[in-house]
Design a protein around this ligand. Structure first.
Ligand code: ATP
Ligand code: MG
Length: 208
């Protein structure tokens, strides 16, 4: 396609990893802002694979998280969704995501987008040295989490401020379970999908 940017001439591909259970406007604003600031050609959203069955934290089925991500991003020509982590199966490590994307897009420059909370954990991630050779990391502000350079190699990370949306998937799930609205926290189509599939109800009687 027509995705050549002046400068290096390489395609600039943003990568937004997440559980997306559900995807919300905090994710979308972060991706949109980074795309504009870094002149990205595309941002690919990559929902994580399904953690092991006995994971302490129950996660919605991968197919539901994938479809909500598609619904939320479909109208933006710069956004796409990848199944690579879901199809690989098992727990997702960012190193595998980036290796696979590198193989799929050998000529692209990769920009991995991460919120302040996730960035603070980066040294607990698998194969951290190789991570920084595969992608440039972009840490974005998130309300309630200080944004600091966790000590990545020189030039390995950029920290940028994005419009502050104090939204989390955890809070969205709790709201649905309590019968509180998630309108305007997540895209309209995602509200409707949550209702259609009766996600996050926790056995409570539906309201509204
Ligand atoms: P959960 O509460 O289930 O952990 P979450 O809201 O943190 O959900 P994730 O899917 O865990 O969403 O996050 C994916 C990525 O998006 C992470 O890098 C996270 O830091 C970032 N992110 C999530 N919400 C926001 C937000 N409101 N503003 C900026 N970045 C965000
Ligand atoms: Mg999170």
């Amino acid at each position: 396609g027509e995705h050549i940017v002046s400068g290096t001439g390489r395609r600039r591909l943003g990568v937004m990893g997440g559980t997306f259970d559900p995807i919300h406007h905090g994710h979308l604003v972060a991706a949109s802002e980074v795309a504009a600031r870094f002149e990205l050609d595309e941002v690919v959203f990559v929902p994580t694979g399904q953690p092991w069955q006995k994971s302490h934290k129950a996660v919605s089925p991968a197919e539901d998280r994938y479809l909500m991500t598609v619904i939320a991003t479909a109208s933006n020509p710069q956004f796409s969704v990848s199944r690579i982590d879901i199809d690989r199966g098992g727990r997702t490590y960012t190193i595998d995501t980036l290796r696979d994307l590198r193989a799929l897009h050998p000529d692209a420059e990769l920009f991995f987008i991460t919120g302040a909370d996730a960035l603070a954990q980066i040294f607990t991630w698998r194969d951290v040295d190789e991570l920084f050779s595969l992608a440039h990391f972009i840490g974005v502000t998130r309300p309630g989490h200080p944004l600091t350079d966790p000590g990545l190699p020189d030039g390995g990370v950029s920290l940028i401020e994005v419009p502050a949306l104090a939204i989390s998937s955890t809070d969205c799930r709790a709201r649905v379970a309590q019968g509180d609205p998630v309108w305007y926290l997540v895209p309209d189509g995602v509200v409707r999908y949550i209702n259609k599939r009766r996600l996050y109800r926790d056995g409570q009687a539906p309201r509204g």
